[in-house]
Design a protein around this ligand. Structure first.
Ligand code: BTN
Length: 282
């Protein structure tokens, strides 16, 4: 499952390649899988493929991104040889109401993939971060995709960035971000194995192969935001005055029930929530 170090001459465990990922998938699943050594953003490459008619389930994986995008207009640091940068085209059979629903389902799919590939537990910070030991090891960015014909939007690009093995992060991120390796004594993990598990878990979302309530129950089980003191920012930015409160629960539609300090209660469906005790927020 892992080698002791990514620095030794047995780097096999750390290598991510089309062949390595495809060999772990069934023959019929090996199509519509695109691998690149370096791209600006896998979400951009996949948008281009989607606009040319690629089917649901098409996936783009890269070893390195020069312009990885995060939420709130942030960049997502994507060094080579360390992470998995994956975008997946998702066209649910019955469409979708909210991007945040897809984000929540994806968070569960990522957590389950890490568990299956490496046997490791993670937590979810509502609604799109995957944590290990309360540090971020994965971010999710889901973008609606429109083919430009004016038809209702029925597709989205699920972008997942996972810090798997060790890489140097900018010092300002060291309080927030970590890698699976760093949180596990510097061990080197097999990226292809996790990439293949991710694709299988995302395929399961589309096939509806899990019980209806599975994702909601699992999200609630893993979500560490519930019960925490939070600051909510209504826009997708942390600028401006946030509102302090306590996160009470995750509703059936994955929105977050919050009791604010002025006594009012609201269900948050979008925006940003900082959790006290996480990411250097005291
Ligand atoms: C976040 O934490 O704000 C979301 C980060 C999402 C990063 C992934 S990496 C693969 C895909 N391509 C991108 O440019 N972004 C997403």
């Amino acid at each position: 499952m892992f080698k002791d170090s990514c620095d030794s001459d047995s780097l096999t465990a750390g290598i991510l390649s089309q062949d390595a990922v495809a060999s772990l998938l069934s023959g019929s699943r090996q199509g519509n899988l695109y691998y690149y050594d370096s791209v600006d953003s896998t979400n951009n490459i996949l948008k281009d493929l989607a606009s040319k008619g690629s089917p649901s389930g098409t996936a783009v994986i890269a070893d390195h991104q020069t312009n990885g995008r995060g939420r709130r207009g942030r960049s997502f640091v994507s060094p080579s040889g360390a992470g998995i940068y994956l975008s997946y085209l998702f066209k649910p059979q019955n469409g979708f109401d909210r991007i945040s629903d897809i984000t929540a389902l994806t968070a569960v799919a990522v957590a389950d993939s890490i568990k299956k590939a490496y046997g490791l537990d993670t937590q979810i910070k509502w609604v799109n971060d995957i944590l290990m030991n309360r540090k971020k090891v994965c971010g999710i960015l889901v973008e609606a995709f429109s083919d430009g014909t004016g038809k209702p939007v029925d597709s989205c690009i699920i972008g997942i960035g996972i810090n798997v093995n060790d890489a140097a992060f900018p010092s300002e991120l060291s309080e927030i971000a970590s890698s699976i390796s760093k949180e596990n004594d510097g061990k080197c993990f097999d990226r292809a194995l996790l990439a293949a598990e991710l694709i299988s878990s995302l395929d399961a979302l589309g096939n509806g192969t899990s019980e209806d309530n599975y994702y909601l129950e699992r999200f609630r089980e893993l979500c560490i935001t519930t019960g925490s003191r939070i600051t909510a920012f209504p826009q997708m930015t942390e600028q401006g005055q946030g509102r302090n409160g306590t996160a009470l629960s995750v509703n059936d539609d994955f929105s977050l029930r919050v009791r604010f300090d002025d006594g009012t209660e609201e269900d948050l469906r979008s925006g940003e929530v900082s959790v006290r005790g996480l990411y250097g927020y005291t």
